[in-house]
Design a protein around this ligand. Sequence first.
Ligand SMILES: NC(=O)c1ccc[n+]([C@@H]2O[C@H](COP(=O)([O-])OP(=O)(O)OC[C@H]3O[C@@H](n4cnc5c(N)ncnc54)[C@H](OP(=O)(O)O)[C@@H]3O)[C@@H](O)[C@H]2O)c1
Length: 288
Amino acid sequence: MDESHILIIGANGQLGKALQTKYPRAIITDHSELDITDWKTIESYDWSKVDVILNAAAFTNVDGAETTEGRVAAWKTNGVAVGHLSKVATLHDLTLVHISSDYVFDGTQDNHSEDEELSPLGVYGQTKAAGDIAASITAKHYILRSTWIIGEGANFVRTMIGLAARDISPKVVNDQVGRLTFTDTIVETISVLLEKQPAFGVYNVTNDGEPASWADITRTIFKELGRSDLSVTDTTTEEYFASKPHVAPRPKQSSMNLEKIKAVGAVLRDWRDDLHAYIEAEKAQAKE
Ligand SMILES: NC(=O)c1ccc[n+]([C@@H]2O[C@H](COP(=O)([O-])OP(=O)(O)OC[C@H]3O[C@@H](n4cnc5c(N)ncnc54)[C@H](OP(=O)(O)O)[C@@H]3O)[C@@H](O)[C@H]2O)c1
């Protein structure tokens, strides 16, 4: 695969940044350079140099998608725009790699497999499900369903590190269960897919290891930080969000079945190992 024929869309997001590191010779575009919601921009783009589209762009503000403006923006970016990319992929015979989410499911099943029926709860999940349908229409597509992404940017681990720095012992929900996914896991898996070219379709991609609740993940983060003096109080999603407006419903069970992607040869590390490395890197950066 000639890396210079890869187009990274949404390059300044968490995943986009990790993709840039993996593919420094790729064509890089951020939101201001290529707005995928604008069909005229997409239609007139010079696709002659592109073989593979890596779409890391999305409207990811899950609660924001429940507002009047957010609902429109989420549908445009996560639904309509993926239709644009699917259309140009078909017109120019490109491979479309698109990132999906556990939010396309209602979380009632224990271990989501790739062929589970779509059942999104909130607006974000509904728009991501629409994006999956749109991406699946072009022949050469890989739809990667991931969960709880951690990379360069605002994310849960950084929020908890921030709380620890302020000596805060938080209340954290214990009724949503899943696995953290570090951006390198997705990036390395994309590279395996592009190299091995297994059948096109949907693949679950998260870190491996025993799934845990957000509360237990927070305990692991505090332990890694050497802050076992801080306590984590379990709460429920319902209780936690009781007084907050525009809260999206969240799937309770986000654990993905990983057998299909492992059979392709992807190496999925335990999320606890990657968390350890991530926190060590954050500590080192804080010292600089
Ligand atoms: N974060 C998670 O926990 C999680 C979990 C499962 C799946 N996912 C999926 O994983 C993918 C990557 O997530 P992430 O956490 O890396 O997201 P992110 O950090 O929020 O980055 C999204 C990027 O998309 C860009 N973008 C938004 N609208 C755009 C548009 N119309 N045209 C071009 N670019 C646009 C954003 O640019 P601006 O900021 O300039 O608008 C931003 O750089 C997304 O598909 C997301 O749905 C995320």
